[in-house]
Write a protein that binds this ligand. Structure first.
Ligand code: ZN
Length: 412
């Protein structure tokens, strides 16, 4: 029986969203939280984009150090041999990749403007796959962009070619969010049966069905005898109306009627990180969590009406499907209501020592403290808002990694 895994794409689809972005430190923090939550892989960025290189390499070092473990870190790139070669020039040693190319007639004629054909798309992607494997990649997913508007026969042929040429997975992208739970369940099953590779479901939320489509697609893939990999983002952040929300997908698979008996996660999922990761991403992206967001919204466990309040007080299960503690909610949080000293790009040593002392980080050696402070100043330049406690602790604990994350050298 196939299992279900999460590949989170916040650090790729999330950050490429219009009007939104994350600092390299924030992207690193997201990877750390995803690892704690039990996500199989973070699609951590763009190996052909120069300003990503230091960040990607630094996170791969954290992986080698065992700090980012067991999570895998996958790069996203266009499925051309040129881009693959460029990726290995900039980020040597990267192991996991997703190679993306459009497969629909709409894109072939509307985007490539007729200079391509289905066969040319297939050949281009297979050359890229071959190049990636020759460079030493071990987990390569081949990605059909706009798969939901692609002729199924071609999709199967493309997937089979990917399998024959050594791909680890095949990514089905509902790029425009036009699938329904019924259509994607059927297609997921067919792809699993015909292609005989693990299938990734990448769903967008243009019709408000990204979570439902992801779950239904995964059910189809498992029914077809393969492992399913669901692409999520934290708080559903993504292009246009967003992607499938990480926490909602996990909740649906764990709590929806009858699902968890048959459709099981392949890695242990620690849902008690949900509150932390969701609030961190909200702060880092500067996007509030909707009040009615499943699991983590301010109203997700709020009751006012007489009948509901009475019912939930007698027995929470009367009106709550799951317990707030399961999501890591309910812990008291410290909010400063009096004098506040925060970190900034112009901070000095005295205020900084005060902040770090409160976090129980010992910076007795003045030279060390000055070094960490300098890194914190640079992190503030990038973030343009006070760093959160866990970011400060991360910098103090891994100053060399922080230095690499904060190094941008556009003219070299
Ligand atoms: Zn997408």
């Amino acid at each position: 029986m196939g299992k279900i895994y999460i590949i989170d794409v916040t650090n790729r689809d999330g950050v490429q969203t219009a009007k939104l972005g994350l600092s390299k430190l924030a992207k690193t923090m997201v990877n750390l939280y995803l690892n704690r939550l039990g996500v199989f892989q973070s699609e951590f960025g763009f190996p052909t984009t120069r300003h990503e290189s230091n960040y990607l390499k630094a996170n791969m070092k954290l992986q080698d150090m065992g700090v980012l473990k067991p999570i895998r870190l996958g790069g996203w790139l266009r499925a051309t041999a040129e881009d693959v070669n460029r990726a290995y020039e900039l980020v040597p040693g990267i192991k996991d990749l997703n190679l993306s190319i459009s497969t629909s007639t709409q894109m072939i004629h509307g985007k490539f403007r007729g200079i391509s054909s289905e066969q040319a798309v297939l050949d281009t992607a297979m050359r890229a796959l071959d190049a990636a494997l020759k460079h030493g990649a071990s987990g390569v997913g081949v990605n059909a962009e706009d798969a939901s508007r692609t002729d199924t026969e071609f999709l199967v042929r493309f997937g089979k070619a990917a399998k024959e040429n050594g791909a680890a997975r095949f990514r089905y992208c509902d790029t425009l969010g036009c699938d329904t739970p019924f259509t994607i369940c059927e297609t997921g099953k067919l792809l699993a049966e015909e292609v005989k590779l693990p299938i990734e479901l990448h769903c967008h939320n243009d019709l408000g069905m990204a979570v439902a489509n992801s779950v239904a697609g995964a059910m189809g893939v498992v029914d077809g005898g393969q492992d399913a990999y669901i692409n999520t983002t934290v708080n559903g952040i993504g292009e246009r109306a967003g992607n499938a929300d990480l926490v909602a997908v996990v909740l649906a698979l764990k709590k929806a009627k009858g699902l968890s008996k048959k459709y099981k996660f392949g890695t242990p999922i620690h849902l008690n990180i949900a509150w932390k990761i969701s609030n961190y991403a909200s702060y880092a992206f500067k996007v509030p969590i909707p009040i009615n967001q499943p699991g983590v919204g301010a109203n997700a466990f709020a009751h006012a009406s007489g009948i509901h309040a009475d019912g939930v007080l007698k027995d929470p299960q009367n009106y709550e499907l799951y317990d707030f503690k399961e999501l890591g909610r309910g812990e008291p949080e410290m909010v400063e209501t009096g004098r506040e000293i925060s970190s900034g790009e112009y901070s000095g040593i005295s205020g900084f020592r005060h902040i770090m002392g409160k976090l129980e980080v010992n910076l007795e050696n003045r030279a060390d403290a000055e070094d960490i402070l300098e890194l914190v100043r640079f992190a503030n330049v990038e973030a343009q808002k006070p760093l959160v406690e866990e970011e400060l602790v991360f910098i103090a604990r891994y100053p060399e990694i922080a230095r690499e994350l904060l190094t941008l050298a556009p003219l070299s």
